[in-house]
Design a protein. Sequence first.
Length: 174
Amino acid sequence: LLFATSPVPPSLLNNFGRQRTNGYMVHTQSHKDFVNIVADSQPNDKQTINAFFGYISSYDARGGELTLAQYANFDYTGNPEYIKRNAHSEIISFRAGMGHTYNFNNHFSNTTTVFASGVTNNASSAGGWTDKNTINYGFRSTLDTKFDMKNGVSLRGITGIESQRQNAQIIGYN
């Protein structure tokens, strides 16, 4: 349906990235991966459909703070308590949405979008651990109006409704 025969050719964008590093200190390796996909289609003169999906995975080990003496002596071994407890920050997230616009005429159009996002984040340090999990989802619908007046003046307005829900769980440990 998204890529049906249309007056305007559909478009697709796929973007992927990957980053890896071992860090300059002990226990500071990092990796980050992401992918984004955007699609757009116009099935006919009155409709436009678009979609988006994004995913990110990130992990950073934490070596902890250096003392002034460590820094002055180029000693990058970090904080032993961070290393002993595998201190890190890990984030995995996604975002997704799909929208549809329908142009009734030159004066009225409707755009409706459904969307969702989620994040899982766990982080630890020398003194604790925190887990966060959130999921968001919702929809939005707008009625767009446009009236051309005299002498190049136009009157435009947007009226709409939106609903969003978030479920979150956060747990912390000492």
